[in-house]
Write a protein that binds this ligand. Structure first.
Ligand SMILES: [Zn+2]
Length: 466
């Protein structure tokens, strides 16, 4: 019986781990590598295992760095089941289709470039929409808290991780001959006390914990202060008669923002505004969120019970078509535009920035992390000029970064989640850059917990007595 770290060990992307027992192989996540060095080459490299020999996959949640290589796994021979919660499956359907479309488009563009420049062979997409559809057909849903035997000797129980809708921490009970081991894979852990989603759920004792460490070195800004700041920005913007642009990730952040705008509608005087959700993917993801109200926290449920609906924005417009999106450019003031991509690397937010960034009466509000090298980062760093669609645009709008929105828990949240597992089991830290992982390891060790940072390719023998 053994556990091998493969992806998201020593970094925050490409989550993938393997459990081997009784000659069977179980994959925990199969994520796409995003950003960093050589993501193109790394995603295309052979898996360090035979995809056809994987018996099943357990998926912690639908973010693409956790599920984005499932279609590739299918393409390379995997034919087993993929276990996920129903909401995770619904979101994965949207995100994998989008990822496949992007893979096809990128390959086409690269092939054209190769033909023009050096006559090289065209390249194949990493995977296609058909591959994504095939692997989505392999999904089997398991509800929270219901133990399920997924392979001989492997029982899985999902518990809410409070990160995005349908996200789980995975409790595994492994049995090989007389040896039984209980392992917990945290998945990505959310913040406590955030809107819509429930708090990360505690679970029973375990022998070993595999835990994320994204913000293991950080404490988030207080949520109430963050909301106060957003309210202030909107009130000032209303006075200055400009537009407000909010770049946001389609899944999770967009829904959270809509919810906060709706619950603070009067307080922030939002009746003076038109609010646009300008992202077909965010609109689809919102439909999944509003469909799974059984997964909401108490506050969101009470809203729903009292209004027989969720808090809604009477002035919200959903923009599905490109024409609807372009029409927003004719509005010079009074528009709040929520659009992707979250780091402004593409998507509709880019043309809104082109139209508003050089206007001092406008505001750009960032609610998420902006990676090095992205347009979002250049704006956050307040460069004098940025390049958009080949044009130089002067950054004159007011730029704000709100620190309290995060789908990931901070160090305190991670310690709280771990602290709820009885027996203080040893921990292997994954899904964190080395500084963050080491900081969390040290914090755990101070509490007397055995903690190590996982390295790719390292195998842990689970057969020995704990
Ligand atoms: Zn995630």
């Amino acid at each position: 019986m053994q556990l091998e770290f493969y992806g998201a060990a020593g970094e925050v992307t490409g989550s993938c781990h393997i459990v081997v027992l009784g000659g069977r192989r179980l994959l925990l996540d199969c994520g796409l590598i995003q950003g960093g060095d050589l993501p193109f080459e790394r995603n295309r490299a052979p898996f360090p295992f035979d995809a056809g020999q994987i018996d099943a996959v357990v998926l912690s949640h639908a973010h693409i760095d956790h599920c984005g290589r499932l279609p590739l796994l299918w393409k390379r021979g995997f034919r087993g089941p993929v276990y996920a919660t129903p909401a995770c499956r619904d979101l994965a359907r949207i995100l994998l289709a989008d990822s496949a479309t992007m893979q096809e488009r990128d390959a086409e563009r690269e092939s054209r470039r190769r033909r023009r420049h050096d006559g090289k062979h065209p390249i194949e997409p990493l995977y296609t929409l058909d591959d994504a559809r095939e692997v989505l057909g392999q999904f089997r849903t398991v509800r929270y808290g219901e133990p399920r035997e997924i392979l001989p000797g492997v029982e899985v129980t999902f518990r809410d991780a409070g990160h995005i809708l349908g996200s789980t921490s995975v409790w595994l009970r492994l049995q090989e001959a007389a040896v039984e081991r209980r392992i917990v894979f945290s998945g990505d852990i959310g913040q406590y006390d955030t809107p819509i989603l429930r708090d990360p759920e505690p679970g029973p004792a375990a022998d070993l914990v595999l835990m994320e460490s994204t913000y293991g070195d950080r404490l988030h800004r207080d949520r109430a202060a963050t909301l106060e700041e957003l309210g202030g920005i909107l009130r000032d913007a209303s006075r200055d008669r400009g537009n407000v642009l909010i770049p946001a990730f389609a899944v999770g952040r967009s829904q959270e923002l809509l919810y906060e705008l709706a619950t603070h509608y009067d307080e922030w005087r939002l009746g003076d505004w038109q609010v646009f959700l300008d992202s077909p993917m965010a609109i689809e993801a919102s439909a999944v969120y509003w469909k799974h109200t059984e997964l909401f926290d108490e506050e969101a449920r009470q809203w729903r019970a009292s209004l027989r609906n969720l808090p809604t924005l009477p002035n919200l417009r959903l923009c599905r078509t490109a024409e609807e999106s372009m029409a927003i450019n004719r509005i010079s003031n009074g528009a709040i535009v929520i659009a992707g991509s979250g780091m402004c690397t593409g998507g509709r937010i880019v043309h809104h920035l082109k139209h508003n960034l050089d206007r001092p009466e406008c505001d750009v509000v960032f609610t998420g992390f902006q990676a090095q090298g992205t347009l979002g980062r250049a704006i956050v760093e307040r460069r004098e000029y940025v390049r958009i669609h080949g044009a130089r645009v002067k950054v004159q709008a007011r730029v704000h970064t709100l620190g309290g929105f995060s789908a990931h828990g901070d160090r305190q949240d991670l310690m709280r989640w771990y602290g709820a597992i009885p027996g203080r089991p040893p921990v292997w830290l994954v899904h964190g850059e080395s500084g963050a992982a080491q900081a969390l390891r040290d914090a755990l060790r101070v509490e007397g917990v055995e903690a190590e940072v996982a390295q790719p390719g390292v195998t842990i023998d689970l057969g020995a007595a704990p």
